[in-house]
Design a protein around this ligand. Structure first.
Ligand SMILES: Nc1ncnc2c1ncn2[C@@H]1O[C@H](COP(=O)(O)OP(=O)(O)O)[C@@H](O)[C@H]1O
Ligand SMILES: [Mg+2]
Length: 267
């Protein structure tokens, strides 16, 4: 090896040693590393589940079909509801009744669709009846997850939302009925969700299809979290004492009015 080659080799070795020392020195003086920020959440697209026309018809979801006397009734109801909500700046509405079978779900779905289709209003329809969830049945859809999975298993709400094939309508269904659901609606978690659903989209009306008022304690516990409450009473079915009990429970609260369902008396 000649002199020049030796000099070059030494220079290379010196440089490598210096680099290695610098690396050790900088590693030794490195401040504690903070964890890298989490990646931005994946934009979750709301899943679309097409509704079944047969189930809609079977469950008297009449608004979708376009014409008929029933649709006019829902138009009148929708107009009154919109007027009341707009004049008082209300954005969330609960629909309840004394007992099961009074027509809460029928009215909640038809009203939600009428608002979405006719008023071009964005609507979120939330199934709140954990014991007898039926919004998905009425629409003929089979959601994989729903509000129950959010409340009990931390499934993000964005994964639980479903778009039936109606513009401007989004549904938060329940995927499985829960026999022992008492107190779920009264939990802090549910209160947080109600507040989130109300504030996240300023232009959206939220309609809650509630359980009955007289068979479940947590219905009444949830009602203060919504802006307005509509009481459905079924003509010839709801006993007068039940109606009185509901009126007493709702008095002095955010009670907007009563709907006499299945009425034998016109208009
Ligand atoms: N106005 C109505 N005319 C005829 N059938 C109705 C009417 N309203 C509701 N129903 C029927 O009554 C049953 C109970 O209605 P539903 O909306 O499920 O009540 P709830 O949600 O109060 O338990 C359903 O089979 C529904 O199709
Ligand atoms: Mg119902």
């Amino acid at each position: 090896m000649d002199k020049l080659e030796k000099a070059l080799q030494k220079a290379r070795q010196d440089r490598e040693r210096a680099l290695a020392e610098a690396a050790v020195a900088s590693a030794a003086t490195m401040p504690p590393l903070e964890a890298a920020p989490p990646p931005p959440p994946e934009p979750t697209r709301t899943a679309t589940l097409p509704m079944s026309p047969t189930e809609l018809e079977r469950h008297r979801v009449v608004v979708r079909s376009g014409t008929g006397a029933n649709i006019d009734l829902f138009r009148m109801l929708r107009t009154k509801v919109v007027q009341q909500m707009q004049s008082a700046g209300l954005r969330t509405l609960a629909i309840t009744s004394p007992q099961y079978g009074d027509g809460k779900t029928t009215i909640a779905i038809n009203l939600a669709m009428s608002l979405a289709l006719d008023v071009k209003q964005t609507v979120l329809l939330v199934d709140m009846d954990m014991r007898k969830p039926s919004v998905h049945e009425f629409l003929g859809i089979e959601p994989e997850v729903g509000l129950n999975d959010h409340l009990l298993h931390d499934v993000p709400i964005s994964k639980c939302l479903v778009k039936p094939n109606i513009e401007r309508l989004v549904v938060l269904p329940i995927s499985t009925s829960l026999a022992d659901s008492s107190e779920l609606l009264g939990t802090p978690r549910m209160a947080k969700l109600a507040s989130e659903l109300k504030t996240r989209y300023a232009d959206r009306i939220v309609i809650y299809d509630m359980p009955p008022l007289l068979t479940q304690d947590d219905t009444l516990a949830f009602l203060p979290l919504v802006d307005g409450v509509l009481l459905v009473v079924r003509d010839g079915v709801s006993p007068i004492n039940d109606v009185r009990a509901c009126a007493e429970s709702l008095a002095g609260r955010n009670f907007l009015g009563t709907i006499l369902n299945d009425s034998r008396f016109p208009g």
